[in-house]
Design a protein. Structure first.
Ligand SMILES: Cc1cc2nc3c(=O)[nH]c(=O)nc-3n(C[C@H](O)[C@H](O)[C@H](O)COP(=O)(O)OP(=O)(O)OC[C@H]3O[C@@H](n4cnc5c(N)ncnc54)[C@H](O)[C@@H]3O)c2cc1C
Length: 1006
């Protein structure tokens, strides 16, 4: 055993001895909390319901609401596990006036266990008590998620009050150890960066720093004046780099360069931790003044893992608990080895982690008074006392704030205390022995320790048969994670390079031939309308005729090409698209005004369509037995329809176009592709990529031109067999009608896949989590300027929440970043063109007459920027409530109750997307059943459908097709056929018939 391990164990045992001398339960407050925690550890379902109930409780105003929620969360609990609950629920129904206050009191008590006080004055009682116990403090201000600059300013104000209040009330307090006191000011405040700026965007750290630094400087100045210490807490991974950069920027400035009383957090559960720590230390050495690092494992482990899985990102955290523990120890050693420049604060309740730090400090001869242990208020009291007794410096992290904003903090603590992986549970609940608890974590790491972060498994299953959910057989392509500097740089470079080559010309492509015409259509940049992004040759009717002939001819061959070969083509296009990813995103920024992340999302979706449809066609490509019956076999299989006309919109210029084109091609049809005029260059790029991937001549023909001219001509053409259209209701209905007519010489009934708009509604229930509801509603309404067919247009708010929602919503809208989307982090850019611009301004004027203008933003003078606008007091019959606007305009409507809210939401011609924010299980169930929309989203934004995961599309006037990105989408491009053969000869037939068989006839491979 190494001397360090020996020392660690010795220290650990000493701590355990001291802990056992003060055998206070880890769950020190008896009664309700103790019972809740015990049940939570025993029953996972109860735990989930309990924590959700705790989360909603503070927002419930009436006793009847509390009792109703109690029933909804726990009514289905099995009696055996929590018998007292059943009795409680029954009693609550009879005596709500008695039960509700008791419950609230109990949960408040639970919260008070972790929240040290309501405000600076309130917290003093507790701080004085701790002072007697020789425990110091750092105070953290709890708050709601900051959704607006107004709220961010209020947080800053609270920081000043806290600093002043604490300084005033602790005057004369001295350091508990009386040694190295200059390193550890008595007043210590922990701040959360995200609470000081509402528009933090990982893609734009410079903007965040430009906003945060001026807000923080006066706080730091005040802290310095009153002799306090400021610590920057660390939050989710998305904000990590910005927080580090901000810290370095501020504390390199001449004013703060020589100030030693600043600290920052390193989260050892991150794979980046060691590198970040050494970078910080290097910076510290250059700066030449001490600073502090609080080393923790990290509070957002589950969140980071889930986020990474959802977006297909590398998981930033270690996946095995001992890996985090071992990394904590590695960082501990680095910190202590650099004691001359950095003061270490070890934030842990894990006796092994603590003992290792003690042992290593002793090995290096560092005095106990030169570093400290920090522990959370309300947790591990006996460990704190043990450390004090051993002569170490102990500081308690004390959250201060009201109950409602404190709920997310409370739930994090409850999760931590009941985590199967956690030290506290192992020691105090599972009663694990010291030898087990003090093992070297390196010896516990199972399998191989992965040095590069693995990609998050996005699906628990990855089956390959039709019995598996279609989305589950497919793993989505990842989004670009703009949190990484490298991704930001790649995007900036792509934008620069794209800017340099704007203005190129692109030909029509028919039968593999490039054709130039005498007229070019300019595609312009909506942020800067004098800038021509590119120009495409305009196709006329004669080109349309040539394209039909070419497609018809190519079909004769392509319809017999094997599924494998066609799927391979799509996969090659996906690879090329991935290679050109940043370039294509940059093009979208210029051509259609997409903000960075939206542009990347569009390219990602296009790649997903290619790969998903390739895979779906492989699954459906083989003839499949319809039924087992002796003596006869019947196989169903599919034929392509023929020539497909694809007419696409500009708002998802790559994704929707690619989706329709790739579905048509992989199913064996040939295609005439007509992109929207406003995004014709994106169309030309798709053509280029298909050509590079080896699409045979005539299989895909690129025909940019005017919808009224070639579009109409092709829709009516007798040799066009199907039309895949996404766009406006007006054009869609015209196509639908026109395709219904059978023309001279036409041999097929035309199939139309028609996707149109929406007038999407989101309802906010009276118990909704407003932090989430506001952020997601703002994003759904104003993300990409509201130009998504899924965008939120009508926000229906239940009466009880109306005033609060409107206030926060308006403040949040006022804080939005509006501007040229070349700048990262812009949420609202320009609308697509002058026609859209004029129409939207006109509707806004109408809105001003019929409803109340609650908010109108300001916009840059040049470009087609429509100010984000919110109307309140909107009634269902008003124009702003009925017409699709397709721009950044949100109508807010008040509803008496959920019945009325659902009625209003459903009272529209459209049925595309809809959403609901609520924490009532019964209301959620009801809305799932009753909202009339193709895609219903609960407690999240109503935009951002992911291929395979959220098959997308509506009904009523929103569309007449089935879900894009879903398992049955391809069927619309196919004709089903069944071939039946009598296989009985003179009373004899084979015993079995295979479920799948080879395709009929010979398929071609090229
Ligand atoms: C004073 C103080 C301040 C803090 N400040 C912050 C802060 O600013 N930002 C922040 O993010 N956290 C912060 N934390 C840390 C966090 O809130 C938890 O308290 C801490 O991670 C618990 O670790 P532990 O060593 O006490 O317990 P342990 O039980 O030893 O460790 C639990 C931790 O291990 C990690 N973990 C759990 N499961 C796994 C797994 N399967 N694989 C890998 N790792 C896993 C998680 O980080 C989990 O929290 C702070 C903690 C303290 C005590």
């Amino acid at each position: 055993m190494s001397p360090l391990q020996e020392q660690t164990e010795q220290r650990g045992l000493e701590i355990f001895d001291l802990v056992d001398q003060n055998p206070e339960s880890i769950f020190s407050k008896a009664g309700f909390y103790q019972r809740m925690m015990a049940f939570s550890m025993r029953d996972e379902h109860f735990k989930v319901q309990m924590f959700r109930f705790v989360d909603v409780l503070a927002s419930l105003r009436h006793s009847s609401d509390i009792v109703q929620h109690l029933g909804e969360y726990f009514a289905d609990m099995r009696n055996g596990s929590v018998p007292f609950l059943q009795t409680g629920i029954k009693a609550a129904r009879i005596f709500p006036w008695l039960t509700a206050p008791i419950l609230r009191w109990n949960v408040s008590g639970m919260a008070r266990q972790f929240i040290a006080g309501r405000d600076p004055e309130d917290v003093m009682k507790m701080l004085r008590k701790r002072r007697q116990e020789k425990i110091g403090f750092t105070v953290d201000l709890l708050g709601e998620a900051v959704v607006s600059e107004q709220e961010a300013n209020e947080y800053a104000e609270r920081c000043f009050n806290l600093l002043d209040g604490l300084a005033e009330r602790t005057r004369g307090w001295t350091d508990p150890l009386g040694k190295n006191t200059d390193l550890f000011p008595v007043v210590n405040v922990s701040v959360k960066i995200s609470a000081l700026y509402s528009q933090m965007n990982p893609a734009d750290p410079e903007d965040a720093i430009a906003h945060l630094a001026p807000k923080l400087r006066p706080i730091l100045r005040r802290a310095r004046e009153v002799g306090a210490f400021i610590n920057f807490d660390m939050e989710s991974y998305a904000h990590k780099n910005t927080t580090l950069e901000l810290f370095r920027t501020l504390f390199t400035e001449p004013e703060f360069r020589d100030w030693p009383h600043a600290g920052i957090v390193i989260q050892a559960y991150l794979r980046d931790a060691e590198r970040d720590l050494t970078d910080l230390i290097e910076w510290g050495k250059q700066r030449g003044t001490r600073f502090t690092v609080r080393l923790v494992k990290g509070a957002y482990w589950d969140y980071e893992k889930i986020k990474a899985a959802q977006n297909g990102w590398r998981v930033p955290v270690w996946l095995q608990k001992p890996e985090s523990d071992a990394n904590f120890e590695a960082c501990t050693r680095i910190l202590l080895e650099n004691e001359s420049i950095v003061t270490a604060a070890f934030g842990s309740h894990n006796v092994r982690s603590i003992a290792h730090a003690q042992a290593y400090a002793q090995q290096l001869g560092i005095d106990k008074s030169r570093f400290e242990f920090q522990l959370l208020y309300g947790m591990a009291g006996p460990i704190k006392r043990a450390l004090v007794e051993m002569g170490y410096r102990v500081r308690e992290y004390c959250p201060v704030g009201e109950l409602l904003p404190g709920m997310s903090y409370l739930v994090r603590r409850l999760l931590e205390n009941t985590s199967n992986e956690g030290f506290l549970k192992a020691k105090f609940s599972d009663k694990a022995g010291p030898e087990q608890l003090l093992r070297d974590p390196r010896s516990l790491i199972g399998g191989k320790r992965s040095h590069s972060s693995p990609k998050a498994p996005s699906h628990s299953r990855n089956g390959q048969s039709l019995d598996t959910p279609p989305g589950d057989t497919y793993e989505n392509s990842p989004l670009v994670n703009f949190v990484h500097r490298q991704s930001q740089e790649q995007m900036r470079t792509a934008l620069r390079e794209m800017k340099a080559k704007l203005g190129q010309k692109y030909p029509i492509v028919i039968n593999g031939q490039k054709i130039w015409t005498d007229h070019l259509i300019d595609s312009i940049n909506p942020s800067s309308p004098t800038q021509v992004v590119g120009a495409v040759a305009e196709a006329h009717v004669e080109h349309a005729e040539q394209a039909v002939t070419a497609a018809k001819k190519a079909f004769e061959h392509w319809c017999r090409v094997s599924v494998e070969h066609r799927a391979g083509l799509l996969e090659r296009v996906a690879t090329i698209m991935d290679r050109r990813r940043f370039e294509l995103s940059a093009l979208e920024v210029f051509e259609v005004g997409k903000p960075w992340a939206e542009a990347d999302g569009d390219i990602r979706e296009a790649i997903d369509f290619l790969l998903f449809y390739a895979q779906q066609m492989r699954l459906r490509g083989l003839p499949r037995l319809t039924q087992h019956v002796p003596g006869e076999e019947s196989y169903q299989h599919y034929w392509p329809r023929g020539v497909a006309l694809v007419i696409a919109p500009w708002n998802f210029p790559m994704a929707i176009l690619t989706g329709m084109v790739s579905a048509a091609i992989v199913t064996g049809n040939t295609v005439i592709m007509k992109p929207a005029e406003q995004s014709a260059v994106c169309g030309a790029m798709l053509m280029e990529m298909f050509e590079e991937a080896g699409v045979p001549p005539g299989v895909l023909n690129f025909l940019p031109g005017k919808g009224r001219v070639i579009g109409q001509h092709l829709v009516d053409h007798k040799d066009v067999h199907m039309i895949a259209f996404t766009g406006s209701r007006e054009v869609g209905l015209r196509i639908w009608k026109s395709a219904g007519e059978t023309r001279e010489g036409q041999l097929e009934l035309k199939r139309v896949v028609c996707e149109m708009g929406g007038k999407n509604a989101v309802i906010i229930d009276s118990d909704a989590d407003l932090d989430e509801a506001i952020v997601d509603s703002i994003y759904s309404a104003f993300g990409y300027q509201g130009q998504k067919c899924s965008a939120l247009s009508r926000l229906i708010v239940l009466e009880g929440n109306y005033d609060r929602v409107v206030k926060r919503l308006v403040e949040a809208a006022a804080s939005l970043r509006v501007g040229n989307p070349e700048t990262p982090g812009i949420l609202v850019g320009p609308v697509i063109d002058e026609t859209a611009y004029r129409r939207q301004l006109e509707i806004i004027e109408t809105g001003k007459k019929e409803a109340t203008l609650a908010f109108q933003g300001t916009v840059p003078p040049e470009g087609f920027f429509v100010p984000p606008t919110i109307f309140t007091g909107v009634k269902p019959d008003m124009r702003v409530a009925r017409e699709e606007i397709f721009g950044p305009v949100l109508s807010v409507m008040k509803a008496r109750d959920l019945d009325e809210a659902i009625r209003i939401a459903n009272d529209t011609d459209y049925a595309l997307t809809a959403g609901f924010f609520s924490r009532s299980p019964a209301n959620i169930e009801r809305v799932k059943a009753e909202l009339v929309a193709g895609n219903v989203y609960i407690n999240r934004s109503c935009t951002g459908a992911v291929v395979g995961r959220h098959p997308f599309g509506g009904f009523k006037m929103s569309g007449g097709g089935t879900k894009a990105g879903g398992g049955d989408y391809l069927l619309q491009f196919l004709v089903p056929r069944v071939v039946t053969e009598n296989i009985m000869r003179h009373g004899f037939a084979p015993d079995t018939t295979p479920e799948f068989r080879a395709p009929f006839g010979h398929s071609l491979d090229s």
